[in-house]
Design a protein around this ligand. Sequence first.
Ligand SMILES: Cc1cc2nc3c(=O)[nH]c(=O)nc-3n(C[C@H](O)[C@H](O)[C@H](O)COP(=O)(O)OP(=O)(O)OC[C@H]3O[C@@H](n4cnc5c(N)ncnc54)[C@H](O)[C@@H]3O)c2cc1C
Length: 443
Amino acid sequence: MRYDVAVVGAGSAGLFAALELAGSGLSTVLVDKGLAPRARTSNTCGVGGAGAYSDGKLNLTPRIGGDPEAIGCSVGELDELITHVDEVFTRYGAPAQYSGEDPEALGELRQSAAQAGVEFIAGRQRHIGTGRIREVIDAIYRDLVERGVRFELGVAAETIHHAKDQFTISVGQKAIVADSVLVAPGRVGAYWLREVARALGVGPSFGPLDVGVRAEFPAELYDPIERVMYDAKLRVRTPTYDDMVRTFCTNPRGFVVQEDHGEFVLVNGHAENDLKSGNTNFALLVHIELTDPVEDTTEYGRAIAKLSTTIGGGKPIVQRMKDLTQGRRSTADRIRRASVHPTLESFTPGDLSMALPHRVVVDLVEAVDVLDRLIPGLSSEGTLLCAPEIKFYDTRYAVGLGMETALPGFYVAGDASGHSRGIVFAAVTGVLAARRIREKAAR
Ligand SMILES: Cc1cc2nc3c(=O)[nH]c(=O)nc-3n(C[C@H](O)[C@H](O)[C@H](O)COP(=O)(O)OP(=O)(O)OC[C@H]3O[C@@H](n4cnc5c(N)ncnc54)[C@H](O)[C@@H]3O)c2cc1C
């Protein structure tokens, strides 16, 4: 099978690239190892990628979700691209309301945060909600099919070879040949991309890694902040190590979920439109940079994830804040007696200090203490810490204009490229790549 463009990964980056390519006259195929929106069985793989099972918090500011300079975009250009992505989501059914728009309330929150020693990053957000985002993804998928984009679903891309200005992708029993390839396999496929890119001679460099936990606490504690910004971005510098710890992906009245990565499990969180819990959760992540002699932050992160999974007997670990600070393991009985009940379906009551590096544990405890000044009650005994939460977007590929790597015709986009950390930025990188492919084809 021969196409002008092959896209690997039908997540946010791949779908937005396909929307740009549909109707351009370039034959396009999208390969995804997961299934079509209505047939999906995995919460990370399939059309819509990890975003389809998120609650669709769209961060609509260049300050959140990526690094404009690394993709060669000015803040102005990026603003336009973000507006475009937001409009597309709205056209396919995203609800119209925003949060984080009231300047007075934002100013007051920034002041309270500063007084507490916390940095607050304000930005406009649209909240689609879990049920609705699946409908939006399905609408995009059906439209793409109607407009002639071909989908190869339920089969993983295995290898990508390059010869005579053409790429050959082995997909199960088939070989797909294309002039240009855009690889956007998300976090779930980031490790696979490393091997593929190395074989093609465009190996990555390593950036910082984010390691930590998902904190879960009574929803009422976060209500005053949620009224100002649904998913407020808060940053703290820890006293002992001067490390940066940040909150990420807040889910008011949401649920903590398990992510399966084969060799290890991670945790994440989402919030449903209709089904609400009594808890709010957010990721609490320690920013780690490595230099000599270890630069491969991905391997370091994987080692931590595997250790935590081993200690948890193959499941995520949950520990009460109180047990962690008192140096003892949380037992099933202690978790049962806690004032906050875990929303994770399956977990091992455990001890984070056996699962995470000492420095990370110290950072987390200190960060909760500082954040408690802004979110009173956060450091109280009931708060639960679920581990591990690790963000693997540290493997980064050098890209030129339009996300093209040093190998002409080979593009990367989305979280696996190391250039995005969320739905909107992933979509932006997909749009950039597709526009570049169109532009080159038109010459
Ligand atoms: C539970 C959860 C909640 C989240 N909540 C939010 C949120 O509210 N807001 C936000 O901005 N972000 C959120 N995120 C992050 C967001 O989902 C990702 O940043 C975004 O989906 C990245 O898009 P992507 O296109 O790079 O990759 P993905 O969406 O991960 O898609 C990658 C696709 O590639 C496919 N793939 C991988 N390897 C191969 C292969 N070898 N062959 C074929 N196909 C392959 C996968 O099956 C997958 O469908 C959340 C993530 C999770 C897991």
